[in-house]
Design a protein around this ligand. Structure first.
Ligand code: NAP
Ligand code: ZN
Ligand code: ZN
Length: 347
């Protein structure tokens, strides 16, 4: 076994504390990654605090992982020692079911081994995430990182990047379309950068007036403060596509009404309570309301390569691991510009 250290919570109300645990010995198809940076996703907060009522403790969160390949198993050809690799939201799946075969391993019909708060394929061995020193992962579930210079800014692509890239591609967002991004946090700011890179005219819907200047720097063309309902009325029926990244409960009908004929809104944020949708908000203009969950391995690699080619990365605030609690509190207050990333050298 490989001795690893990290930071864990022991229960929904406990604080993060140093935690020692074991990673498995390297198998023939595994790589050992020395973690350099790990992003803090709002899903880490939801799960550390059991907001989705499915938490397993002790929990070492973290699924926006980048690091250096320190060792490779005998059968691994995808990586060599010294390469930079990424790990996202899952570390294994059955590889044979219909969804896995189509590249949607995140929806494996047998079991998707999530990076943390989950179990390996044996459904017994707990998985521990990236707020830690190393990870051992099957090379097929690790991503190749070509830009080795900006690793802190690349880490958030492994969740925030793919979660916003995938629905933009699936709904074929293109040049000249009007796209709304609701919530300017970790996911939202990546959604803005990606939609802008695809040529869309992007409007940010935000509760934080102080983010307007940043939104424009990220490439957004318009900025709407959503706490003032009169700002929304003139936008009724104007949007081709809206990406909703909000982590807290809010009224979806307001945004559905902004969609034009055949427009679509995709939910990626996961508030803890169900939302109410009025049928007329969907019936009018033949609107679509859809969801989207991260992305499979092939699409995640495509997104990483797209971001490298287009010089897209996350705007980050790098912190030492001892500041997780503070980073969580600031993220909850929407005071993150725009992703906290842990520098694992501080461990
Ligand atoms: P984040 O950085 O905290 O951003 C969320 C943003 O939502 C905030 O910055 C804020 O933006 C807005 N917001 C927060 N509270 C609000 C409220 N009460 N009313 C309206 N807007 C509010 O979180 P994140 O890491 O981007 O994650 C966002 C959500 O996506 C989380 O629920 C997370 O679990 C989920 N997620 C889903 C997937 C998936 O696969 N579907 C993947 C990753 C994360 P403004 O200040 O601009 O209003
Ligand atoms: Zn995430
Ligand atoms: Zn499967």
């Amino acid at each position: 076994m490989i001795q690893a250290k990290g930071y864990a919570v022991q229960g929904p109300e406990s604080k993060f504390e140093p935690f020692s645990f074991e990673r498995r010995e390297l198998g023939a198809s595994d790589v050992l990654i020395e973690i350099q940076y790990c992003g803090i996703c709002h899903s880490d907060i939801h799960q550390a605090r059991n907001e989705w009522q499915n938490s397993i403790y002790p929990m070492v969160p973290g699924h926006e992982i980048v690091g250096r390949v320190a060792q490779t198993g005998a059968e691994v050809s995808k990586f060599k020692e010294g390469d930079i690799a990424g790990v996202g939201c899952f570390v294994d799946s059955c590889r044979a079911c219909e969804n896995c075969s189509e590249g949607f391993e995140q929806f494996c019909l047998i079991h998707c081994a999530q990076t943390y708060n989950s179990t390996e394929m044996d459904r017994k061995t707990p998985t521990y995430g990236g707020y830690s020193s190393q990870i051992v992962v099957d090379a097929n579930y690790a991503l190749k990182i070509s830009d080795t210079e900006n690793l802190a800014g690349i880490a958030p692509l492994l969740c925030a990047g793919i979660t916003t890239y995938s629905p933009l591609k699936r709904f074929n967002v293109q040049k000249g379309q009007k796209v709304g991004v609701v919530g300017l946090g970790g996911l939202g700011h990546m959604g803005v950068k990606l939609a802008v890179s695809m040529g869309a005219e992007v409007t940010v819907f935000s509760t934080s007036p102080s983010k307007e200047q940043d939104a424009r720097k990220l490439g957004a063309h318009n900025f709407v403060v959503t706490r003032e309902p009169e700002n929304m009325k003139p936008l009724t029926g104007k949007f081709d596509f809206i990406l909703d990244t909000v982590s807290a409960n809010h009224d979806l009908n307001v945004y559905l009404n902004l969609l034009k004929l055949n427009g679509a809104m995709v939910i990626v944020g996961v508030p803890d309570k169900p939302a109410e949708v009025h049928a007329f908000a969907l019936i009018g203009n033949n609107r679509t309301l859809a969801g989207s969950g991260i992305g499979g391995i092939a699409e995640t690699q495509e997104m990483l390569d797209y971001c490298a080619a287009n010089n897209i990365m996350s705007d980050v605030e790098v912190i030492p691991i001892q500041q997780i609690e503070e980073a969580y509190e600031r993220t909850i207050k929407s005071d993150v510009r725009y992703r906290f990333v842990i520098d694992m050298q501080s461990l």
